[in-house]
Design a protein around this ligand. Sequence first.
Ligand SMILES: Cc1cc2nc3c(=O)[nH]c(=O)nc-3n(C[C@H](O)[C@H](O)[C@H](O)COP(=O)(O)OP(=O)(O)OC[C@H]3O[C@@H](n4cnc5c(N)ncnc54)[C@H](O)[C@@H]3O)c2cc1C
Length: 399
Amino acid sequence: MAEDDVTIIGGGIVGLATAHALLRADPGKRITVLEKESAVGSHQTGRNSGVLHSGLYYPPGSAKARFARAGAEEMYRFCAEHGVPVRRLGKLVVATRAEQLPRLAELARRGAANGVRLSELDGSGIAEREPRVRGLRALLVPDAGITDFGAVSRVLADLLAERGVAVRRGTELVAARRDGDGLVLTTTTGEVRTRLAVNCAGLHSDTVAELAGTRPAARILPFRGEYYETTAAAHELVRALVYPVPDPAFPFLGVHFTRMIDGGLHVGPNAVPALAREGYDWRTWSGPHLRRLLGDPGLRSLAKRYWRTGAAEIARSAAKPLFVRAARELLPALRGADLVPAAAGVRAQAVRPDGTLVDDFLVHEDERWIHVLNAPSPAATASLRIGADIAERVTAHLG
Ligand SMILES: Cc1cc2nc3c(=O)[nH]c(=O)nc-3n(C[C@H](O)[C@H](O)[C@H](O)COP(=O)(O)OP(=O)(O)OC[C@H]3O[C@@H](n4cnc5c(N)ncnc54)[C@H](O)[C@@H]3O)c2cc1C
């Protein structure tokens, strides 16, 4: 059996960007990517808002803050170079009520500390950029933009294949064992021998860590994000990207308006617990997943802390008029008839045993494995930077 230097589990944007960075550092490296689906980017990477975030929200000094800003610029360059559609549209974060103004000011301070270009707008400034949006004050972030991260992942996979990397689709990792100074990985299409493995399995990253013999510091709690899209007649209600002021107690960004790269306008996502790791609707559930959720004390404490926000999100998921009412806070002209359901995504959010959500990206290393245990938004924006960071860790391991 031939031996790889590095085998990457997961053909999402993080796994593919890691392979890309490894190859740039050393074109001679033998690399394989294992992807269980028949296409790359089938889960989080292909089911998101497509926004290039600019580093506004994240605590200064965090990996999210550092990687989002640099990663977004690298992603703009990558898309331009490889013909992936991308637009630097700019976004508004809009306060609609006086009590949100201190939080907006705090966001402005954070953004400035993170080196994000931004300016403040009053009501008439908002009306100039987004005539239908209602707000008291807003932050304008000109460097936020949009792309199609699924398309980026397909380009990455093609570049890898051209340079001799095997991207093995339809190949799921099911077991792993140490063998001498390397690993033997058992997959649904045969065994792979490798010196080092990198776990970029997204929604399954904790179970892959377990399968590798590591007790992960955090478990994945899948949160579904549901979207509506506007009918063609309502596409122009919003010109670019419009966000509410986020709730600091909740890591997701609130229902926002996103101009998509194909010209459509998406409203959402919300954040409701998914009943399976790949539970893209309420009908998809998994017994083992639900038993784990109910039996896990950390997850119970999380539910206790967030039950009010969670109940409101579930109500908005079940009743469209409630969702429309929330969206009308920013866009009073929006009507229920303007919205039709669109495909949902599921976020892989890591939760610690004490029930706190892991805020930053989280990577765990041991002798033969590097595990990416938390790579939620803005990991698609930051993927090329995250890939470069993991490639440096691989080099430190392999010498
Ligand atoms: C609703 C939603 C909106 C978002 N909006 C944005 C946004 O606007 N901007 C942004 O930057 N980020 C956004 N994100 C986050 C972003 O999509 C993710 O951070 C990013 O896609 C993570 O990529 P990944 O490669 O880690 O995971 P994934 O794309 O989920 O890839 C993991 C891959 O591993 C494979 N896999 C799992 N287990 C195995 C196994 N045992 N063997 C082989 N393969 C396996 C899976 O099939 C999958 O393809 C959003 C996410 C969601 C869900």
